[in-house]
Write a new protein. Structure first.
Length: 461
């Protein structure tokens, strides 16, 4: 809700900042630097807008952290949580018990996932879902009497969360340098980043050659040793890297050829972001197992899930043994109740169709019309309501900025100062607004982005 600006807002801000600096360690943050600058204090939100403690209104081009798909302040989601809190605030699902929210949400997820992804394992975060996936696929092959099939293959510059499993599976070198050693038996192949790495290949050829890298890797480590390939349909935190159309179908063919499980990390792409329920549908492939989180509850409460295909689930169910894995909050009833309501609204209000047919195409075409010719913008890629822009020093020669100049951070800071949340992933600027954004709000978002790109250009010229 709109935060009243009162005379004390200055001192309230300073108080919160001081407390925060003293006691709160922030994720993915240089805490020392943040503490001397002071964190921005967010106090309220409605629809696609946020307010801070100084009364500034910001348009949230990132849906929080790629998650607030239905926007802020949806009363139905708040009511679903309140109702469930009153009925049953918590019970676990470990010891032969269940409850209606967990069972019903599993059914709802199974109704929207493609193919035979009919069995749902719950957790609370994307990282936990990824750790579940790692353990489950390795366990699956053990049950199949192929315990040697242990290796997971993922991509450079992939993001799969920041638990030790997520960090190890991901391809973020900055993360690999800290807190190791990493989980063994994980290998990575190149990312399908055509604009940055495609050189003189056309997009489709490049897609095929990046998929070929999977086959090469499988042959290098031995097909009998590979459990699964895991990838985000569109890499999110890597800067919104949209693979060529040829990529995923070829990846699928290779996985099938060598009897390797195909896993989609749908934590960002799931729940309508790309104009389908899941990103794999946008790219035409069928995973054997998939992870989801973020948009599952529109971020209102923490919940994640692994959707498991019949092949894996039946093997688990027929094994006659426990799968020794789970979390205190697996299937948390309040989070599940919110997720059920979230899916109900997505269906009833035809939000996925709105992204596919109306606002997604509008957003993508306006971005290109308004920002495509900007001297800093080398390339724009995206699907539905997610997009990434490469910022370059020289467009014609495709020259990137040197590492000493953090162009993304400069741009992001201008955005913050000018009422826009646009994230920087290195030198790529990314947008992923709430799915309920209107055309007028898209126009505002893109106008603000243009202004901030101009300010960025001026500041480095
Ligand atoms: C955000 C993200 C994760 C991790 O989710 P958390 O809830 O932050 O643990 C995993 N995979 C992808 C693709 C993500 O974008």
């Amino acid at each position: 809700m709109l935060q009243a600006i009162n005379n004390n807002s200055d001192s309230i801000t300073k108080d919160i900042q001081a407390t925060d600096a003293r006691h709160h360690l922030h994720p993915f943050t240089d805490s020392g630097a943040l503490n001397s600058a002071g964190a921005r204090v967010i106090t309220g939100a409605e629809g696609v807008y946020l307010w801070d403690s100084e009364g500034h209104k910001l348009i949230d081009g990132m849906a929080g952290l790629w998650c607030v798909n239905l926007g802020y302040g949806r009363q139905e989601l708040i009511d679903a949580a309140t109702k469930q809190l009153n009925e049953l605030a918590y019970y676990n699902t470990f010891f032969q018990t269940t409850h209606n929210p967990a069972a019903s949400l599993a059914k709802e997820i199974a109704s929207i996932t493609p193919g035979d992804l009919n069995h749902i394992f719950f957790a609370s975060s994307g990282s936990e879902a990824i750790d579940t996936l790692i353990r489950m696929v390795r366990h699956y092959w053990q049950l199949k009497d192929k315990p040697y099939k242990k290796i997971l293959i993922s991509r450079e510059n992939a993001y799969h969360g920041s638990t030790i499993g997520g960090t190890s599976l991901g391809g973020m070198t900055g993360m690999h340098k800290q807190g190791g050693p990493l989980v063994p038996d994980i290998h990575r192949i190149r990312q399908p980043y055509w604009y940055g790495e495609g050189e003189d290949q056309n997009e489709e050829e490049f897609g095929l050659s990046c998929a070929k890298a999977l086959e090469d890797k499988i042959l290098e480590v031995g097909p009998d040793n590979v459990a699964a390939f895991v990838g985000e349909p569109i890499q999110g935190a890597g800067g919104v890297i949209v693979p060529p159309k040829s990529y995923w179908t070829e990846i699928q063919r290779i996985c099938r050829k060598y009897d390797i499980l195909l896993a989609a990390d749908e934590v960002i792409c799931g729940f309508g972001r790309t104009g389908n329920w899941f990103g794999c549908q946008t790219f035409g492939f069928q995973p054997d197992i998939m992870t989801m989180a973020k948009g599952l509850s529109s971020g209102y409460l923490p919940i994640s899930a692994v959707a498991v295909g019949d092949q894996i689930a039946n093997t688990l169910m027929e094994s006659g043994s426990d799968f020794n894995h789970g979390f205190t909050y697996s299937g948390h009833p309040v989070a599940a109740a919110v997720a059920i309501e979230n899916i109900r609204i997505l269906k009833e209000e035809k939000v996925i169709e709105y992204v596919a047919e109306d606002i997604g195409p509008y957003f993508q075409s306006r971005l290109r019309q308004v920002l495509g010719n900007h001297p800093l913008v080398g390339h724009i890629e995206g699907e539905g309501l997610v997009a990434g822009m490469a910022l370059v020093k020289d467009k014609a020669s495709k020259t990137f900025f040197e590492d000493e100049l953090d162009i993304g951070l400069i741009c992001r800071n201008f955005c913050f100062e000018n009422g826009l949340i646009m994230r920087a992933c290195g030198s790529r600027m990314v947008l992923s607004p709430p799915l309920i954004i209107t055309r007028e709000e898209v126009d505002e978002l893109i106008e603000k982005a243009l202004k901030c790109l101009n300010l960025t250009l001026e500041s480095v010229s």
